[in-house]
Design a protein around this ligand. Structure first.
Ligand code: PBG
Length: 330
């Protein structure tokens, strides 16, 4: 038998492999999520996320400078809200002098080229740990949207480039777009978490912000009435098309690695940029295995991020952004 077609010919050495390589990961693909806390010269490690810290604003600025110098040009911002500022309305979220707003101004001032994407959702501000206002034991959609609009406009006023609603309320993209237009923020974009699943992989993130739904029989124990069922794929298409229609500039799929089928499907139905969130639990699993010596940390990072891009991502939110940037720069 003569084998005419030998696929291994193009795998003979690294030079030829690099000629036929379809996907090339670069530092331009990364968005780094950052946790900000109150205080001065403070940083606290997050146990379940090795290498990731909560930082006060001064140290956050230092970190943003380092990221920018490495070529990471966008950060996704979260704040750890002190308990005494939490309530059911989330009103601290649109305090123009709140921690998020102060952080946005300070980072913009220090690193003007850095694209700032603050998270828009009430959970870090909610005494119940939910992404919405609770009425009669339910997360109320429309009242929450009103709050999210105020929050997004307050972020825009502080200097945000792109607001990132991660809450999964219906109709919030249009509401936020209208709010931003009315307030004159025509160039502030919306990165919509269009298909965000109710996932077990957000645990480390919730411990970083102390934002998990509280254990209380009067409120939902999980986020399944707004985040999507992980068994569904067609529903994601529906969610994406709606957010495109409502005026989203960038569409997010979240989580990342176990959801790459959704990313590939989304790539086929929209030409808007797609963001994929390689979430805290994915990072924690990789780090735990690497720390045990069971997988190679650097190789696993580059492989997983490249695969996310291969599936169709234009940008990747990842806690490994800084490490990956250092690896790619070397
Ligand atoms: C909350 C929010 C979550 C994440 C980003 N924004 C958690 C949640 O929905 O409970 C998760 C990010 C991660 O796990 O890395 N609106």
């Amino acid at each position: 038998m003569i084998i005419y077609s030998r696929n291994r010919r193009l795998r003979t050495n690294e030079s030829i492999r690099s000629l036929v390589r379809e996907t090339v990961l670069t530092v331009n693909d990364f968005v780094m999520p950052i946790f900000v806390m109150e205080g001065q010269n403070q940083h606290e490690p997050i146990a379940s996320m090795p290498g990731i810290y909560r930082r006060s604003i001064d140290l956050t600025i230092k970190e943003c400078r380092e990221l920018f110098d490495l070529g990471v040009k966008a950060v996704n911002l979260y704040v750890k809200v002190p308990e005494n500022l939490k309530d059911n309305t989330g009103k601290e979220a649109w305090n123009d002098n709140g921690l998020m707003q102060t952080a946005i101004k300070a980072i913009k001032d220090a690193v003007p080229g850095m694209i700032l994407m603050p998270d828009v959702a009430l959970d870090p501000y909610s005494i119940y740990g939910h992404d919405g206002i609770i009425t009669n034991g339910q997360v109320e959609n429309d009242a929450t949207n009103d709050a999210l609009v105020k929050m997004a406009v307050s972020h825009a006023k502080a200097g945000a480039d792109v607001v990132a609603p991660s809450d999964m309320m219906d109709g919030r993209v249009m509401a936020i777009r209208e709010g931003l237009e009315d307030a004159g923020y025509h160039n502030v974009g919306i990165l919509s978490y269009a298909a965000k699943y109710a996932s077990s992989l957000y645990g480390p993130f919730r411990s970083a912000l102390d934002s998990a739904p509280v254990d209380n029989n009067d409120i939902p124990k999980d986020k399944k009435t707004y985040q999507m069922d992980f068994a569904n794929a067609r529903e994601a298409i529906n969610e994406v098309l709606k957010d495109v229609d409502e005026g989203a500039d960038i569409i997010m799929i979240k989580p990342g690695l176990p959801y790459l089928d959704i990313v590939a499907k989304t790539r086929e139905i929209t030409d808007l940029p797609i963001a994929v969130y390689n979430v805290s639990g994915e990072y924690a699993m990789l780090k735990a295995a690497a720390q045990n010596g069971w997988i190679d940390n650097d190789k696993a990072i580059i492989e997983s991020l490249t695969c996310i891009k291969r599936a169709g991502a234009d940008m990747i939110f990842t806690y490994a952004a800084k490490e990956a940037a250092i690896l790619l720069n070397n």
